[in-house]
Design a protein around this ligand. Sequence first.
Ligand code: ADE
Length: 236
Amino acid sequence: MRLGIISALAEEQNGLIEAMESQHKVTHGMREYTEGKLWHIDAVCVLSRIGKVAAAMTASILVEKFGVTHIVFTGVAGSGDLGVRVGDVVIADSLVQHDMDASPLFPRFEIPLTGLSRIASDRDLTRQLAAAAKEFLENESGNPQTHRGLIASGDQFINKRAQLSALKDALPELLAVEMEGAAVAQVCFELGIPFGVIRTISDNANEDAAIDFMHFVQTVASRYAYGILKSFCQNR
Ligand code: ADE
Protein backbone atom coordinates (compact mmCIF):
# COMPACT_ATOMS: atom_id res chain seq x y z
CA MET A 1 0.00 0.00 0.00
CA ARG A 2 1.13 3.53 -0.77
CA LEU A 3 -1.37 5.78 1.00
CA GLY A 4 -2.26 9.29 -0.17
CA ILE A 5 -3.64 11.46 2.65
CA ILE A 6 -5.45 14.64 1.63
CA SER A 7 -6.90 17.43 3.76
CA ALA A 8 -8.13 20.81 2.57
CA LEU A 9 -6.47 22.93 5.26
CA ALA A 10 -3.28 22.69 7.30
CA GLU A 11 -5.25 22.60 10.55
CA GLU A 12 -6.92 19.37 9.39
CA GLN A 13 -3.58 17.60 8.93
CA ASN A 14 -1.25 19.13 11.55
CA GLY A 15 0.88 16.59 13.32
CA LEU A 16 0.69 13.99 10.56
CA ILE A 17 3.48 15.52 8.50
CA GLU A 18 5.60 15.97 11.65
CA ALA A 19 5.04 12.28 12.43
CA MET A 20 6.37 11.17 9.03
CA GLU A 21 9.78 9.51 8.99
CA SER A 22 12.28 9.75 6.09
CA GLN A 23 10.47 12.79 4.75
CA HIS A 24 10.94 14.09 1.25
CA LYS A 25 9.05 17.16 0.00
CA VAL A 26 8.12 17.76 -3.62
CA THR A 27 6.33 20.87 -4.90
CA HIS A 28 4.08 20.37 -7.91
CA GLY A 29 1.13 22.38 -9.27
CA MET A 30 1.11 24.86 -6.36
CA ARG A 31 1.02 22.14 -3.71
CA GLU A 32 3.62 20.55 -1.46
CA TYR A 33 3.58 16.75 -1.34
CA THR A 34 5.39 15.12 1.60
CA GLU A 35 6.47 11.53 1.00
CA GLY A 36 7.61 9.34 3.87
CA LYS A 37 6.65 6.63 6.37
CA LEU A 38 3.70 7.06 8.71
CA TRP A 39 3.79 4.36 11.41
CA HIS A 40 5.39 1.90 8.90
CA ILE A 41 2.95 2.79 6.08
CA ASP A 42 4.41 4.28 2.91
CA ALA A 43 2.48 7.59 2.63
CA VAL A 44 2.17 10.90 0.79
CA CYS A 45 0.50 13.82 2.64
CA VAL A 46 -0.83 16.91 0.85
CA LEU A 47 -3.16 19.85 1.37
CA SER A 48 -5.63 20.23 -1.49
CA ARG A 49 -7.06 23.61 -0.48
CA ILE A 50 -10.84 24.03 -0.50
CA GLY A 51 -13.31 22.93 -3.17
CA LYS A 52 -14.02 20.15 -5.64
CA VAL A 53 -11.64 21.18 -8.43
CA ALA A 54 -8.76 21.61 -5.98
CA ALA A 55 -9.49 18.21 -4.46
CA ALA A 56 -9.89 16.47 -7.83
CA MET A 57 -6.60 17.86 -9.08
CA THR A 58 -4.79 16.82 -5.91
CA ALA A 59 -6.19 13.29 -5.99
CA SER A 60 -5.28 12.88 -9.67
CA ILE A 61 -1.70 14.02 -9.11
CA LEU A 62 -1.33 11.75 -6.08
CA VAL A 63 -2.21 8.80 -8.29
CA GLU A 64 -0.56 9.75 -11.55
CA LYS A 65 2.65 11.41 -10.32
CA PHE A 66 3.17 9.97 -6.84
CA GLY A 67 1.87 6.45 -7.51
CA VAL A 68 -0.41 6.14 -4.49
CA THR A 69 -2.53 2.98 -4.42
CA HIS A 70 -5.11 4.16 -1.84
CA ILE A 71 -6.44 7.59 -0.80
CA VAL A 72 -7.93 8.83 2.48
CA PHE A 73 -9.41 12.30 2.76
CA THR A 74 -9.52 13.60 6.32
CA GLY A 75 -11.06 16.87 7.45
CA VAL A 76 -14.08 18.58 8.95
CA ALA A 77 -17.70 18.86 7.80
CA GLY A 78 -21.01 20.43 8.69
CA SER A 79 -23.67 18.19 10.22
CA GLY A 80 -26.37 17.06 7.82
CA ASP A 81 -28.56 15.34 10.39
CA LEU A 82 -29.96 16.10 13.83
CA GLY A 83 -28.40 12.90 15.17
CA VAL A 84 -24.90 13.97 14.10
CA ARG A 85 -23.38 16.38 16.61
CA VAL A 86 -20.37 18.69 16.63
CA GLY A 87 -17.38 16.54 17.66
CA ASP A 88 -18.84 13.35 16.15
CA VAL A 89 -17.05 11.64 13.27
CA VAL A 90 -18.72 10.68 9.98
CA ILE A 91 -17.16 8.10 7.67
CA ALA A 92 -18.56 8.07 4.14
CA ASP A 93 -20.16 4.91 2.81
CA SER A 94 -21.01 6.91 -0.31
CA LEU A 95 -20.69 10.45 -1.61
CA VAL A 96 -22.74 12.74 -3.84
CA GLN A 97 -21.99 16.10 -5.47
CA HIS A 98 -24.94 18.10 -4.12
CA ASP A 99 -24.40 20.94 -6.60
CA MET A 100 -24.34 18.64 -9.66
CA ASP A 101 -27.51 19.39 -11.63
CA ALA A 102 -27.57 18.84 -15.40
CA SER A 103 -31.36 18.38 -15.41
CA PRO A 104 -33.35 18.00 -17.55
CA LEU A 105 -30.59 16.30 -19.55
CA PHE A 106 -29.77 14.00 -16.62
CA PRO A 107 -31.44 13.46 -13.24
CA ARG A 108 -30.40 15.91 -10.52
CA PHE A 109 -27.15 14.79 -8.78
CA GLU A 110 -26.22 12.36 -11.59
CA ILE A 111 -22.66 12.76 -12.91
CA PRO A 112 -23.37 13.15 -16.62
CA LEU A 113 -22.55 10.17 -18.83
CA THR A 114 -21.67 7.88 -15.92
CA GLY A 115 -25.18 6.87 -14.81
CA LEU A 116 -24.01 7.47 -11.23
CA SER A 117 -25.10 9.97 -8.64
CA ARG A 118 -23.49 8.36 -5.59
CA ILE A 119 -20.06 6.83 -5.46
CA ALA A 120 -19.36 4.17 -2.85
CA SER A 121 -16.15 4.33 -0.83
CA ASP A 122 -13.94 1.26 -0.51
CA ARG A 123 -15.50 -1.17 1.97
CA ASP A 124 -12.30 -2.35 3.64
CA LEU A 125 -10.77 1.12 4.02
CA THR A 126 -14.05 2.47 5.33
CA ARG A 127 -14.41 -0.35 7.87
CA GLN A 128 -10.83 0.21 9.05
CA LEU A 129 -11.34 3.99 9.30
CA ALA A 130 -14.52 3.45 11.31
CA ALA A 131 -12.71 1.08 13.68
CA ALA A 132 -9.84 3.58 14.07
CA ALA A 133 -12.28 6.43 14.77
CA LYS A 134 -14.10 4.34 17.38
CA GLU A 135 -10.84 3.44 19.10
CA PHE A 136 -9.69 7.08 19.15
CA LEU A 137 -13.03 8.51 20.32
CA GLU A 138 -13.23 6.14 23.29
CA ASN A 139 -10.75 8.34 25.13
CA GLU A 140 -12.34 11.67 24.18
CA SER A 141 -14.66 13.55 26.52
CA GLY A 142 -18.26 14.43 25.57
CA ASN A 143 -19.12 10.91 24.35
CA PRO A 144 -18.52 11.61 20.62
CA GLN A 145 -20.01 9.07 18.22
CA THR A 146 -19.00 7.62 14.86
CA HIS A 147 -21.52 7.44 12.02
CA ARG A 148 -21.37 5.84 8.58
CA GLY A 149 -23.43 6.98 5.63
CA LEU A 150 -23.93 9.58 2.92
CA ILE A 151 -21.70 12.67 2.68
CA ALA A 152 -22.56 15.43 0.20
CA SER A 153 -19.95 17.74 -1.32
CA GLY A 154 -20.34 21.01 -3.21
CA ASP A 155 -18.60 24.28 -3.88
CA GLN A 156 -20.60 26.02 -1.16
CA PHE A 157 -20.01 26.56 2.53
CA ILE A 158 -23.48 25.78 3.90
CA ASN A 159 -24.37 28.34 6.55
CA LYS A 160 -28.13 28.75 6.28
CA ARG A 161 -30.65 26.50 7.92
CA ALA A 162 -32.95 26.81 4.86
CA GLN A 163 -30.14 25.76 2.51
CA LEU A 164 -29.44 22.65 4.57
CA SER A 165 -33.08 21.68 4.94
CA ALA A 166 -33.64 21.96 1.16
CA LEU A 167 -30.67 19.64 0.69
CA LYS A 168 -31.96 17.26 3.34
CA ASP A 169 -35.36 17.12 1.59
CA ALA A 170 -33.59 16.03 -1.61
CA LEU A 171 -31.15 13.67 0.18
CA PRO A 172 -32.89 12.35 3.32
CA GLU A 173 -30.02 9.97 4.27
CA LEU A 174 -27.53 12.86 4.35
CA LEU A 175 -25.19 12.85 7.38
CA ALA A 176 -22.63 15.58 6.57
CA VAL A 177 -21.83 18.36 4.11
CA GLU A 178 -18.38 19.39 2.95
CA MET A 179 -16.58 20.65 -0.14
CA GLU A 180 -14.19 17.97 -1.44
CA GLY A 181 -15.03 14.33 -0.70
CA ALA A 182 -17.26 13.54 -3.68
CA ALA A 183 -14.70 15.03 -6.08
CA VAL A 184 -12.01 12.72 -4.70
CA ALA A 185 -14.55 9.88 -4.94
CA GLN A 186 -15.12 10.53 -8.66
CA VAL A 187 -11.41 10.68 -9.44
CA CYS A 188 -10.73 7.47 -7.48
CA PHE A 189 -13.70 5.71 -9.07
CA GLU A 190 -12.53 6.63 -12.56
CA LEU A 191 -8.90 5.63 -11.87
CA GLY A 192 -9.78 2.44 -9.94
CA ILE A 193 -8.20 3.60 -6.65
CA PRO A 194 -9.74 2.48 -3.31
CA PHE A 195 -10.56 5.51 -1.16
CA GLY A 196 -12.14 6.57 2.13
CA VAL A 197 -13.43 9.87 3.50
CA ILE A 198 -13.47 10.67 7.21
CA ARG A 199 -14.88 13.91 8.59
CA THR A 200 -15.12 15.38 12.06
CA ILE A 201 -18.21 17.54 12.51
CA SER A 202 -17.20 21.15 13.11
CA ASP A 203 -20.57 22.94 12.84
CA ASN A 204 -24.28 22.51 12.20
CA ALA A 205 -24.26 24.09 8.71
CA ASN A 206 -26.46 26.90 10.02
CA GLU A 207 -26.08 30.64 10.63
CA ASP A 208 -23.35 29.98 13.27
CA ALA A 209 -21.38 27.66 10.99
CA ALA A 210 -18.52 30.00 10.06
CA ILE A 211 -17.69 30.88 13.68
CA ASP A 212 -18.01 27.29 14.88
CA PHE A 213 -15.94 26.07 11.93
CA MET A 214 -13.02 28.43 12.59
CA HIS A 215 -12.97 27.62 16.28
CA PHE A 216 -13.17 23.89 15.69
CA VAL A 217 -10.48 23.60 13.03
CA GLN A 218 -8.08 25.54 15.22
CA THR A 219 -8.72 23.63 18.43
CA VAL A 220 -9.85 20.07 17.64
CA ALA A 221 -9.56 19.07 13.96
CA SER A 222 -5.87 18.27 13.75
CA ARG A 223 -5.84 16.31 17.01
CA TYR A 224 -8.64 14.12 15.67
CA ALA A 225 -6.99 13.62 12.26
CA TYR A 226 -3.72 12.66 13.93
CA GLY A 227 -5.30 10.30 16.46
CA ILE A 228 -7.55 8.51 13.99
CA LEU A 229 -4.92 8.14 11.27
CA LYS A 230 -2.38 6.89 13.81
CA SER A 231 -4.76 4.18 14.96
CA PHE A 232 -5.63 3.36 11.32
CA CYS A 233 -1.96 3.00 10.26
CA GLN A 234 -0.93 1.05 13.37
CA ASN A 235 -3.71 -1.48 12.87
CA ARG A 236 -2.95 -2.20 9.21
N1 ADE B 1 -16.99 22.07 6.07
C1 ADE B 1 -17.17 22.26 7.38
N2 ADE B 1 -18.37 22.85 7.62
C2 ADE B 1 -18.95 23.02 6.41
C3 ADE B 1 -20.17 23.59 5.99
N3 ADE B 1 -21.03 24.10 6.86
N4 ADE B 1 -20.44 23.60 4.65
C4 ADE B 1 -19.55 23.09 3.77
N5 ADE B 1 -18.38 22.57 4.11
C5 ADE B 1 -18.08 22.52 5.42
